[in-house]
Ligand binder design. Structure first.
Ligand code: GLN
Length: 487
């Protein structure tokens, strides 16, 4: 018997047993997702490209045939996965939503793409983002804005706004994003889906177009924690092609029900309850903590005293690394090249001038200044020292607790255009997310449904390095707790 429920709205966790039982097929799932893209993409604009229907259906059919022939299929068996457009896909344009790379077709796949394909996942298409992952609203894309599918007047967050919007609008089952200072967790929070940034080094960055190399990590965006865990398990692991990728034995995913019946110590940092936080965000955090406490988890006050320095520290380090990473786009190797240059200098200057958008130029200038001789000690090196202090704050906090729970962003999804004239206001929205990147810690955003019917608001849980398995179990406990009525 075939079940006729709307397949694109389902989670991977629901679809996989249905596929195994023969109640539906990968072709039917793919068709449903493609129909949904046809219905919603024009208004949401989550994608910069979607692969051809025939090709996608043929790949889905191949997985159905493997299963029918009794062959073993991989853990993502035929499920569509949308990919942020800064992750290299062989033969598929990878633009970073920049004019600079508008026509760049990578000659190789990123390691995460190889892993998704080896797990029988199907690469659906590439998603919109802030140019070179610099931004918090996807408004810095050179390829048009993405809208929040839950409220089209609002931003989807960023920089992985396209991936989060695609998941929230049921235009894919799973997605990959990248997180340098919150770019997976914040759009997941704004769009009411789950987003996870792993420990720095857990996932290979080979084939991820570099923004700030000491902070960048790839991670999953999904409709529920179980699905995020599934994709996390597929993409994690040592890779000799990335020298910062860790070779460790700690499990990335273990028993997801481990949180039930356990009593965890939840660290609540006083510094993260700030005057500027929106009351609805604070209420979502407080409700989550209260519900977890009612289930037997313990609240432990912790201190993260260097929180006030996190934004300047992050923007100095990220911009410095970006200015170095982006120096490769000069018009001679690949990327945009200005027409009819008069000299090499003219070619470099005009190619960069024409290819990069305003925010990218701002970061390159900030970063170049912070690294320039005479100022590097005062800015860049000082930022590195403060980064160490922020890491030490977390070490001290985790001596007292198992996880730290707090908001993802101070405000829920804001209106399109609301912050575009004020870059500093946009930067300040990252206060609760950049710290996990500076400290290299795994963190997840779990959507908290709102009783007044407004879109969900993400609450964040941060774990010690390499404790993804526990973090995911805790996140399942959070997800279950917030699904129950108020306490
Ligand atoms: N909003 C932050 C920035 O603009 C984070 C971006 C990211 O994580 N890629 O740098």
């Amino acid at each position: 018997m075939r079940l006729h429920l709307n397949l694109c709205q389902q989670t991977a966790a629901t679809l996989i047993p249905m596929l195994e039982a023969g109640q539906t097929s990968c072709v039917a799932v793919m068709e449903s997702v493609l129909d949904q893209i046809e219905a919603r993409e024009a208004e949401v604009h989550a994608f910069v490209s979607v692969r051809g229907r025939d090709e996608l259906l043929a790949e889905a059919k191949a997985v159905d045939e493997m299963r029918a022939a009794g062959e073993e299929v991989g853990p993502l068996a035929g499920l569509p996965v949308a990919i942020k457009d800064n992750i290299c896909t062989k033969g598929l344009k990878t633009s970073c939503s920049s004019k600079m790379l508008e026509n760049f077709v990578p000659p190789y796949d990123a390691t995460v793409i190889e892993k998704v394909v080896a797990a029988d996942g199907i690469i659906l298409g590439k998603t919109n983002m802030d140019e070179f992952a610099m931004g918090s609203s996807t408004e810095n894309s050179a390829l048009g804005n993405t809208k929040n599918p839950r409220d089209l007047e609002r931003v989807p967050g960023g920089s992985s706004g396209g991936s989060a919007a695609a998941v929230a609008a049921d235009m894919t089952i799973l997605a990959l994003g990248s997180d340098t200072g919150g770019s997976i967790r914040q759009p997941a929070s704004f769009c009411g889906v789950v987003g996870m940034k792993p420990t720095y080094g857990r996932v290979s960055r080979y084939g991820l177009v570099a923004y700030a190399s000491s902070l960048d990590q790839i991670g999953p965006i999904a409709k529920c924690v179980e699905d995020a865990a599934l994709l996390m398990g597929v993409i994690a692991g040592h890779d000799a092609k990335d020298s910062t990728c860790l070779d460790v034995n700690e499990p990335i995913v273990a028993d997801l029900d481990n949180g039930a019946g356990k009593s965890y110590r939840m660290g609540v940092p006083a510094e993260y309850t700030q005057d500027g936080t929106d009351p609805a965000v604070q209420a979502a955090v407080d409700q989550t903590i209260a519900k977890l406490e009612a289930l037997g988890h313990e609240v432990v006050p912790v201190e993260l005293p260097h929180t006030d320095y996190a934004i300047p520290t992050y923007y100095l380090i990220a911009s410095a690394e970006a200015s170095s990473n982006l120096s490769r786009y000069a018009g001679y190797a690949y990327g945009h090249r200005a027409e009819d240059p008069e000299s090499i200098d003219d070619m470099i200057a005009r190619s960069r001038g024409e290819g990069f958008g305003d925010e990218v130029k701002r970061r390159i200038m900030l970063g170049t200044y912070a690294l320039s001789s005479g100022y590097d000690e005062q800015y860049y090196e000082k930022a590195l020292r403060v980064r160490r202090l922020i890491q030490q704050d977390f070490d001290a906090a985790f001596a007292k607790c198992d996880f730290i729970v707090h908001a993802v962003a101070p405000h829920p999804a804001f209106k399109l255009g609301e912050k575009t004239d004020d870059p500093l206001a946009m930067y300040l929205e990252d206060i609760f997310s950049v710290t996990a990147n500076l400290a290299g810690l795994p963190a997840i955003s779990v959507p908290v449904p709102q009783e007044d019917g407004t879109p969900p608001i993400g609450v964040q849980c941060v774990a010690p390095a390499l404790r993804e398995a526990d973090l995911l179990a805790m996140a399942v406990a959070m997800q279950n707790a917030v699904a129950t009525p108020a306490v």
